[in-house]
Write a protein that binds this ligand. Structure first.
Ligand code: CA
Length: 229
């Protein structure tokens, strides 16, 4: 998880403030001062989310959202629009073209982070640094620690990411290809079989208290992480 956030805002003071708040919360902000710069920064690794000002030199935030929606790789990147109070009408238009939320200026750091986490929790739960716990199995993304009933478990980096993905996307079947895209990334070339190898390692690592049974093989489809055994 890159935790990269694209910050598109032409007012330097606001842009700097946004980047500072994001850095303090462990995100990696990438500032863009105008429309073209924002477009130039939209490449691999793509941001988890875009904070987008309404009025920009070189084009509008609305135009940028429309452009994002045209491309498969950028279509699903969530966008939070930054608007001024006078732009009430525009706010509705922003949501109409596909913005996920909006924040009215001026805003507090607390409000910004809580809106951002709310959107990420919905679309990219792995980007939120929150502890996840299920049936005594606990994963802390901030400290990279995993424990089973308070007993520390030793996981490799790939197994850690795989478990984080599973725990934030429970009760759904994922194909090997989907797991590769979500856990390894879209521009990494590894064989489907690699997934099976890491699933086996993950199961072994969490088997101590029987949590390995939560990773279920779904014949002909892939894997599912479930609390229902
Ligand atoms: Ca502006």
């Amino acid at each position: 998880m890159t935790r990269k956030i694209l910050v598109v805002e032409d007012e330097a003071a606001i842009r700097d403030m946004l980047c500072l708040i994001l850095e303090q919360k462990g995100f990696s902000p990438e500032p863009a001062a105008d429309y073209q710069q924002a477009l130039d920064l939209l490449k691999e690794p793509y941001p988890e989310l875009i904070l987008l000002d309404w009025m920009l030199p070189g084009g509008s935030g609305i135009q940028l959202i429309k452009q994002l929606k045209q491309h498969e790789l950028t279509r699903d990147i969530p966008v939070i629009m930054l608007t001024a109070r006078a732009e009430e009408e525009d706010k509705i238009r922003g949501l109409d073209v596909g913005a996920d939320d909006y924040i009215t200026k001026p805003f507090s750091p607390k409000e910004l982070i809580s809106r951002l986490n709310a959107v990420l929790r919905r679309v990219a739960p792995m980007a939120v640094d929150e502890v996840v716990e299920m049936q005594g199995l606990k994963l802390d993304p901030a400290t990279h620690r995993v424990s089973a009933h308070e007993q520390a478990l030793d996981l490799g980096p790939t197994e850690f990411r795989l478990l984080h993905f599973f725990m934030t996307h429970p009760e759904r079947v994922y194909s090997r290809e989907q797991l590769l895209n979500n856990v390894w990334g879209t521009n990494v070339y590894v064989e489907d079989r690699t997934v099976d190898v890491h699933i086996r390692r993950l199961r072994n690592a969490i088997a101590h208290a029987g949590h390995d049974q939560m990773i279920q093989t779904v014949r002909g489809a892939g894997y599912r992480f479930s609390t229902r055994l």
